[in-house]
Design a protein around this ligand. Structure first.
Ligand SMILES: *Cc1c(COP(=O)(O)O)cnc(C)c1O
Length: 315
């Protein structure tokens, strides 16, 4: 069912050649035809646990555009689990395309106000969810628990086979840190892992990643960093520069990006290459974590910025 190994696509770009850097995109957006992206990697071992422990229902949390709820709903349908999405905010008159998909896939949507949503990791709230929904397996927001790591570390095993382990950096966009932690675990101290922060949480992120690695028995690895400064204003925020970069990159390379994760990652990577933070001679693998299904609604939301972006010349 999974499509592994996911394709490794070399990016043919004179700009990269001029800096002596080789860049590959590992197309994990294609990791599963219905689920896709890093959320499928993170769910895999959680789904196996759910099956082993005979859970019928899996519950998790997310916002109106959550790729995690999207993937969980799809996974529930494909693997035969009922799913519940606890959604941040009051029920809207019109569902986002993400939530409409989730509901169509059979997910029960349970809207809670923002204040309540903040309690999502509190034992009292969890107990209430258990009372309400019965015996459910509860996964944290974004799916980044300890069982998310082995699924993501399999990306490294694939990559090593695909490249004969000839690469120096693996780079991913980072939200909650589960994916980066899994990549770090897979690298076992070799090469370098870089996580591009997509929201302003870099300090918290580092300690969360350390915590996840500690639980996974790999606490002392130092070959990784979280890169801050490329958030473009914060989570799901964009700038005309980002929109222009994404449009230019897609036109020149034919590789699809979205704005919240892969666009910010690639923008950061090009900047780091230009400024020498990624040295000449480096072979870099950028992980495409998916999320392309949300792009159409982003394009609508940012239509007013696209006009401005179209006047920016990307060098
Ligand atoms: C959730 C998500 C991420 C972030 O992954 P974390 O494990 O939370 O750091 C990156 N890219 C996409 C497309 C996502 O949906």
């Amino acid at each position: 069912m999974s499509v592994t190994p996911t394709p490794l696509q070399q990016i043919d770009d004179p700009l990269l050649s001029s800096y002596g850097v080789e860049l590959f995109i590992k197309r994990d957006d294609l990791s599963h035809p219905d689920i896709g992206g890093n959320k499928w990697r993170k769910l895999k071992y959680n789904l196996l646990l759910a099956r082993r422990q005979r859970y019928e229902t899996i519950l998790s949390f997310g916002g109106a555009y959550s790729n995690h709820l999207y993937a969980l709903a799809a996974a529930g349908r494909v693997c035969g689990f009922s799913t519940v999405g606890v959604v941040r905010g009051e029920a809207p008159a019109v569902l986002s395309s993400t939530l409409a998909f989730a509901r169509a896939a059979g997910m029960q949507l349970h809207f809670v106000d923002r204040e309540t949503y903040r309690l999502r990791d509190e034992p009292a709230f969890i107990a209430e969810l258990h009372r309400r929904f019965g015996r459910v397996l509860i996964l944290p927001e974004g799916g980044s628990n300890e069982l998310a790591l082995p699924g993501c570390s399999e990306i490294i095993a694939e990559l090593d086979l695909q490249t004969e382990a000839r690469y120096d950096y693996v780079v991913c966009p980072t939200g909650t840190g589960g994916t980066l932690a899994g990549l770090i675990q897979g690298l076992r101290g070799t090469k370098n892992a870089l996580g591009i922060a997509v929201l302003r949480n870099a300090a918290q992120l580092e300690s969360r990643i350390r915590e996840l690695l500690q639980h996974a028995g790999a606490p002392d690895l130092r070959n990784w960093s979280v890169i801050a400064g490329y958030e473009h204003g914060g989570y799901a925020k964009v700038t005309p520069e980002l929109l222009a970069f994404v449009a230019d990159f897609e036109r020149r390379t034919k590789a699809p990006l979205e704005y919240i994760y892969s666009g910010k990652m690639m923008f950061a990577l090009y900047d780091m290459i230009r400024t020498g933070q990624i040295p000449r001679g480096a072979r870099v693998v950028a992980l495409h974590t998916g999320g392309l299904q949300g792009k159409a609604s982003m394009d609508e939301k940012y239509a007013h910025l696209h006009a401005e972006a179209s006047r920016i010349v990307v060098s």
